[in-house]
Design a protein around this ligand. Structure first.
Ligand code: FE2
Length: 451
């Protein structure tokens, strides 16, 4: 995966010589989606395990629909849709682009077949690449932002493809292996040491997208925020950290929990992070035994690794853990101000090894950096409501619905996970999910007021 996609696809004023570079980037993004679906059978790719998660086959088609509906239909004179029915089937949530198939029923779409969906992808690829070659400079300039958006949109779906199939597989008694576990995983028992604290001075900080590379509309405008001095944990909480909370009654003691969170814990009978399995009941000796726990991963069922960042927490569990630890969740502004000096390009990305890895303490010490694993392992819940920045303006046209209309009832997550394409790792990136969501690679980094 090319880490310089943002630079190469920065297209506000494209020059003709950039066309081939754009085509290369288009093919690379589209091909990674193909690679991610390759380990899955046709039956795997049709499954929808819950309303929030979509079948792989739907992701394959919807990312193609995005280029068809927002680029080709609007910017290619005379373009005729591949199949009018697909405009209905694969529109996700764009009211301006017409009615759509209900989200919870995407798993019912056994037709079009997977082969037909691949035919659709190939049709769109040919049409987009032809448009890229033949559009006038003025047409290219007009459509460049939505072309680039289509690439970043598909990359977001690459992560969802993995989290969605993981949820589906987790419900299969066979605990399917998506890809075998790689052998390079680091083991360092010093990782059980508690994280340190990085002091951050706060003050008036600038928040939001700053440079000229691609960013989503929700990252702007850049604006000033006043922060009191604070501290951030030097790494995300590990499974060992979180298990200590569980052993101390995490799922039995409402005093650590937000009211909505405790109600959900009761209703859903949560007694561990999602995908953790232990036949022993809550509160028993074996419940507290690290060796009794297994975790469903995309490498299949694995023994609990205490030194990995804890993952698949809801925002409620993250907040409860922070309260128990005598800390709190960072605000998104605290997170961004601290991350601004950390280069995300140093983070790993292996799309076929999507699981958080333990902190390599030796490498961390050698790097001299204070904050570790900001990117590339787990998304980090923040305490910040997903809200527009002062002066926020949605993109023009149908893309106005991309982000702005979701700015209620969700929390911001920062950083980026083991399943996040590197082009999306930047300090200003704002991911967002309802606090009840657990199927993303979501973890927690503690914050506290500076003393
Ligand atoms: Fe989408």
């Amino acid at each position: 995966v090319n880490r310089s996609l943002d630079r190469l696809t920065r297209l506000s004023e494209p020059a003709p010589f950039e066309r081939e570079a754009l085509a290369v980037q288009y093919r690379r993004v589209r091909d990674l989606t193909r690679q991610l679906s390759a380990p899955l059978s046709a039956e795997d790719q049709g499954v929808q395990s819950m309303p929030d998660a979509s079948p792989t086959k739907w992701h394959l088609a919807h990312t193609s629909w995005f280029f068809e509906a927002l680029l080709l239909q609007r910017h290619q004179p005379g373009y005729r849709p591949h199949d009018e029915a697909y405009l209905y089937l694969y529109n996700s949530y764009y009211e301006a682009l017409g009615p759509r198939h209900p989200r919870p029923q995407r798993g019912l779409l056994s037709r079009p077949s997977l082969a037909e969906v691949w035919h659709y992808r190939e049709h769109i690829d040919a049409a987009v690449l032809r448009w890229l070659a033949e559009a006038s400079d003025a047409q290219l300039a007009a459509a460049a932002p939505v072309f680039t958006l289509g690439l970043h949109h598909e990359q977001q779906h690459q992560e969802l493809l993995l989290t969605d199939i993981k949820h589906a597989f987790s419900l299969n008694p066979l605990a399917p292996v998506y890809v075998p576990r790689p052998t390079y995983r680091h083991r360092d028992h010093e990782a059980s040491a508690p994280p340190g604290w990085q002091r951050c001075s706060g003050g008036i900080v600038q928040i939001g997208h700053a440079d000229t590379g691609f960013a989503f509309d929700n990252e702007s405008p850049r604006h000033a925020v006043l922060l009191a001095p604070y501290q951030l944990a030097t790494r995300p909480a590990s499974c060992a950290d979180y298990l200590a909370f569980m052993q101390d009654g995490a799922y039995q003691q409402p005093q650590w929990w937000l009211s909505d969170g405790w109600a959900l814990r009761q209703a859903e009978h949560w007694d561990a992070p999602a995908y953790w399995r232990n036949p022993a009941p809550l509160g028993s000796a074996a419940y507290a035994d690290p060796g009794a726990w297994q975790v469903y991963t995309l490498h299949g069922l694995q023994l609990l690794d205490l030194y990995e960042p804890v993952c698949h927490l809801s925002g409620y569990e993250a907040a409860a853990y922070a309260a128990w630890a005598g800390a709190r969740l960072p605000t998104e502004f605290e997170w961004e101000a601290a991350a601004a000096s950390v280069d995300p390009a140093t983070q790993r990305y292996d799309p076929l090894a999507p699981h958080p890895q333990p902190l390599d303490h030796a490498a961390a010490a050698a790097s001299g950096a204070g904050l570790q694993q900001l990117y590339g392992e787990v998304w980090e819940w923040t305490a910040s409501a997903y809200a527009p920045y002062p002066g926020f303006k949605p993109w023009p046209g149908p893309a106005a619905e991309y982000n702005g209309k979701f700015m209620v009832n969700q929390l911001v997550l920062r950083g980026g996970s083991c399943a996040t394409p590197p082009d999306h790792l930047r300090a200003s990136y704002r991911n967002f999910f309802p606090p009840a969501a657990r199927w993303q690679f979501s973890g927690v980094r503690l914050a506290r007021d500076a003393t």
